[in-house]
Design a protein around this ligand. Structure first.
Ligand code: ADP
Length: 242
């Protein structure tokens, strides 16, 4: 796709959404039989599965910590998840995303309850239409809760970005999809621990002013509440007795 003349016109983004509008969201819990906990989250066409294994014996042994568990997130984009086949295996991008996701959860999971063990969170992108790390973070959060692993809080994330109209004026928008990620002036991945308000992930690509950042964050905070409620609703649906 060539760079479009605009990403926003007559109050609508390229997919018809308003600036503060989320894509259609779906959250399913318990999608992998062999995992301790699992979830699948869709933000529009972006679809990610998360599966949690552990607490279990940790390998390699030299990583074992006597006072807590080691939580590791493993982010991966499947070859068929993008338009041009993605080369399988972790590249620099996958290593980076795995690291920021691991760090986001280490601050909320009660790792001291499970000394000398490992908790693995596999995040597999089945279909990518941008915002995959945040979609994966939301899936991982639900999967950890489903696994019964104690957390101080659910973790919830949202992306926002800066897009332009046909006159070159710019706007902040939530939940960026591929053309906005690719052609917009900036995009931000942002996640919070819901109970404490602690920011557990914040990454920006591109440039925004402080005012623009605050405007986008305000929209994202509102959207986050919506995502959080959907996470809780999905979890409750698994435990409700008919
Ligand atoms: P995020 O998916 O968290 O927004 P990036 O900003 O790195 O992370 O990627 C944005 C989007 O670019 C991805 O969601 C995906 O749609 C696309 N993309 C990333 N890596 C590749 C790749 N190797 N091949 C094709 N498309 C890719």
């Amino acid at each position: 796709m060539e760079k479009p003349e605009y990403l926003f016109k007559n109050g609508k983004r390229l997919d018809g959404r308003k600036l503060d509008e989320f894509r259609k969201m779906k959250i399913k819990v318990d999608v992998i039989d062999n995992a301790e906990g699992s979830a699948e989250v869709e933000f529009g066409k972006t679809r990610v599965v998360a599966a949690v294994y552990g607490p279990r014996e940790l390998h390699p042994k030299h990583l074992v910590m006597s006072d807590r568990a080691l939580l590791r997130a493993h982010y991966d984009m499947l070859s068929f998840s993008v338009e041009d086949r993605k080369r399988p295996g972790p590249g620099r991008r996958e290593v980076e995303i795995s690291k920021v996701l691991s760090e986001a959860f280490r601050s909320v999971v009660a790792l001291d309850r499970f000394p000398r063990t490992g908790i693995d969170v596999f995040v597999k992108v089945v279909q990518a239409d941008a915002s995959t790390r945040i979609t994966g973070l939301n899936a991982a959060s639900v999967a950890l809760a489903h696994a019964g692993i104690p957390m101080r809080s659910m973790v919830t994330g949202v992306t926002f970005g800066k897009i332009y109209d046909d006159k070159g004026k710019t706007y902040m928008a939530v939940d960026v999809f591929k053309p906005e990620d690719q052609w917009g002036m900036a995009d931000v991945a942002y996640a919070k621990a819901w109970n404490t308000g602690e920011v557990v992930l914040l990454q920006m690509d591109g440039d925004v002013t402080k005012e623009e950042f605050m405007e986008g964050k305000k929209m994202a905070d509102k959207a986050m509440e919506y995502v959080y409620k959907e996470q809780v609703k999905a979890l409750k649906s698994v435990y409700e007795v008919e």
